[in-house]
Write a protein that binds this ligand. Structure first.
Ligand SMILES: *Cc1c(COP(=O)(O)O)cnc(C)c1O
Length: 396
């Protein structure tokens, strides 16, 4: 078994899941810390907020946050209030920002947990102020302006109205405005004319807050792509997510290695069954793959319920030993098949890497994204909680 030789010889052995585990995710926390260090270096004097929404893009929000803070992040960002409360309860003490809610969100719990709140609507401002009254704790607010994404944020005249209301609440001491922020539509295309236009709207929006008498807030606009490709958008704080996990937000511009980043996630399984089938045998549901010779078929017990996209049928990559293979036939709920070839020495128990690092010759989340018509964000964030996560310590 060539994988056992590998297991004894390299860093991979630290990651091995216990015998009998059929599929798992290995997360290299040292890679996350190193990626944050690299992003910090590129961000110059700007602070770095590490975005760990969606369970740390599938890597685990709490361990990702710890590793990012070890790498020099000064704060943590998540989309949902419940995510922020969970990361706080897990033991992260750093400043934390959350930004997406509906009416009735538990702002009181957020204030009691010292979580900063993004506000982009009048109803949210009113609910936050009510929570300040009920808890006696002033709120730290990041006002969000829509500079042209037409998504979250206050747009146009709504922004001016929100700034006036927020400045009044700040004057009363109910809230402290600590940030003004926005989000790009085309951060992955830094030359796109909307990028400059959004920055101009953003700078005017921040100036409006200053004219309302507010001082000392941080301006932030850059996600991973802007952090890596657009220094003029760094302002006081950058807000990368994807890149801290070692993936390139702009694969057309540069690979993650070219950006100096290292993939943190490895998705691994073990062969469960190898059998010989004749030429002309259809493989998996609907027989969309048909063998062209007598061959050996390996069953890998990982499927779309684990997070492998079903659109990876006859397209998704896998690495068995040194061999790069393509999923043969449909991705099932719990399993996929590989055509190992007639001479394959593979046996049950051999390791199969579905997602990993380009430097190690493994298929990457980006490879899966290209094979299935999506982006690497979707590949890693949809990895199922059915797969246990094993962590390599940040000090390793
Ligand atoms: C997700 C998100 C980020 C991080 O984006 P990446 O492209 O993953 O770096 C930053 N800001 C906001 C508002 C987000 O929703």
């Amino acid at each position: 078994m060539d994988h056992s030789a590998e297991a004894g010889s390299g860093a991979r052995s630290e990651f091995l899941a216990p015998a009998g585990v059929s599929g798992w995710i290995e997360v290299d926390l040292g890679a996350i810390a190193a990626n944050v260090r690299e992003l910090k270096r590129r961000a110059g004097s700007a602070d770095l907020m590490a975005v760990v929404k969606a369970d740390g893009y599938g890597h685990g929000a709490y361990p990702a946050a710890r590793a990012a803070l070890a790498g020099g992040a000064s704060s943590i960002g998540v989309a949902q209030l419940t995510e922020a409360l969970a990361v706080r309860a897990a033991g992260i003490k750093a400043p934390m920002l959350t930004w997406l809610y509906v009416p009735g969100a538990d702002f009181a719990a957020a204030l009691l947990a010292d979580i900063d709140l993004a506000v982009s609507t009048d109803w949210a401002l009113a609910e936050v102020i009510a929570a300040v009254r009920s808890t006696g704790k002033p709120a730290r607010i990041h006002l969000k302006v829509d500079t042209g994404l037409a998504r979250n944020g206050a747009f146009g005249a709504d922004w001016s109205a929100l700034v006036a209301q927020a400045a009044a609440a700040a004057a009363e001491g109910a809230i402290e405005i600590v940030g003004v922020w926005s989000h790009f539509a085309y951060a992955d295309a830094p030359e796109h004319p909307t990028v400059r236009a959004q920055q101009e709207v953003f700078e005017a929006a921040a100036a409006e807050v200053e004219r309302a008498g507010i001082r000392g807030f941080q301006r932030h606009l850059a996600n991973s792509a802007a952090t890596l490709t657009n220094p003029s958008a760094h302002y006081d704080l950058v807000r990368p997510g994807l890149a801290i996990y070692g993936l390139s937000p702009t694969p057309d511009i540069a690979t993650s290695a070219e950006f100096g980043l290292r993939e943190a996630m490895r998705v691994v399984s073990r062969v469960a069954n190898v059998k010989t089938v004749p030429a002309g045998q259809g493989v998996s549901y609907g027989h969309t793959y048909v063998t062209d010779r007598e061959t050996r078929i390996g069953l890998v017990p990982m499927g779309y319920a684990d997070g492998l996209p079903r659109s990876g049928s006859n397209a998704g990559p896998a690495l068995l030993g040194e061999r790069r293979l393509t999923i043969a036939g449909r991705v099932c709920m719990d399993q996929v098949m590989l055509d190992l070839g007639p001479e394959s020495p593979a046996v049950a128990g051999d390791e199969v890497v579905l997602v990993g690092s380009a430097a190690a010759g493994e298929p990457t989340a980006e490879d899966w994204a290209v094979a299935t018509g999506t982006i690497s964000y979707e590949i890693v964030t949809r990895m199922s909680t059915r797969l246990p996560r094993y962590y390599r310590s940040e000090t390793a």
